[in-house]
Write a protein that binds this ligand. Sequence first.
Ligand SMILES: *[C@@H]1O[C@H](CO)[C@@H](O)[C@H](O)[C@H]1NC(C)=O
Ligand SMILES: *[C@@H]1O[C@H](CO)[C@@H](O)[C@H](O)[C@H]1NC(C)=O
Ligand SMILES: *[C@@H]1O[C@H](CO)[C@@H](O)[C@H](O)[C@H]1NC(C)=O
Length: 339
Amino acid sequence: MPYHQSRRSQPPSISQTTLLLLSLFSPTSSQKTNSKRGLASLGSTHTSDNSLLGSPSSPLFWYYNWSPYPLNAPSQTAITALEFVPLIHGIYGAEDSQTSTAINSLPSTSKHLLSFNEPDGTTDSGGSSIEPEDAARAYIEHIVPYRTSNRKWLISHPSVTGSPRGLEWLRQFNESCWEIDEENGCPTDFIAAHWYGAYDGLTGWLSQLDEYYKNGTASEQDLKIWITELALPQQSEQETVNMMNVTLPYLDELDYVERYAWFGDFRRKDADEWAGDNVAMFDDDGGLTALGALYLGGEANGFEEGQEGKGEGAASSVKVNTGMMASVFAGAVVMVNWL
Ligand SMILES: *[C@@H]1O[C@H](CO)[C@@H](O)[C@H](O)[C@H]1NC(C)=O
Ligand SMILES: *[C@@H]1O[C@H](CO)[C@@H](O)[C@H](O)[C@H]1NC(C)=O
Ligand SMILES: *[C@@H]1O[C@H](CO)[C@@H](O)[C@H](O)[C@H]1NC(C)=O
């Protein structure tokens, strides 16, 4: 039986109840205290959308944008108030001295560092396409030192695609790690996972990953998983809402899941083409979709479908799609540090 079914039927623990009471009795305490929820930002410049996502009553408390450079446009101020999690996308970025300069100048609220994005995936779908041996070498040379630096960054292993190919890549990566460094392998502080698909598949993928790491890691290290990309692609609006509606409480209660982020922050018309319009949290005019309202915690937090945030809905008319992400990642000169 899947791990989640037995867990979900359990009553909330005392500490969860206590936290709930605390949040009920102190209206000024934010919704963020007991939250795992964050934002995978493709850099939306809609001030009004960002003001909702980053508002005090929103449960989102962290964000990342697949790069070591935080957002910085005036339209993004509400998001930049959240905890930023830098990501080193691939080997070029790892080798670039500007990357470490950027990461080390982040505010002290940033403590976690994500490493290579979908190394088992191709660059045209936003992956970094790295052979496990090459990734192991670069990880040991460039990522592990952040862990032992003054700031003692908490680092993640590369985040693979949610697939058998991903798990196989991790096994080969681990083998190479121990070949290169017989004493330490590739140490990690947490695991980053991706999932595009239905709820049942998600529960299966997470328990497989958790088992893989529990099998192979010293028992005193209790590794937690972050799902940094999560969506149900290409399904109807209702099915997408239903999937999110069972997924959020499941992830909130699952002990070995520490954080998660829905993909992504776009409006329906700007949605990633591969994921489809129904993963969007905003409609074309900047009103919350049912899905967006649900992700922000719904009525309990004061969010409802159709609600628009304050500030300009300044539209970027650029259609975001995986092809465009790929061309960004593949090396427009200004963005070369992302790689
Ligand atoms: C974990 O170990 C068990 C027992 O050796 C094995 O059957 C299982 O396949 C392993 N799981 C993973 C995901 O590697
Ligand atoms: C990685 O490989 C080492 C050395 O073979 C092994 O002891 C360990 O269990 C593996 N770790 C994982 C997570 O599979
Ligand atoms: C989510 O599920 C709950 C419990 O099953 C239900 O009451 C609620 O209406 C659902 N919310 C949405 C937005 O579908």
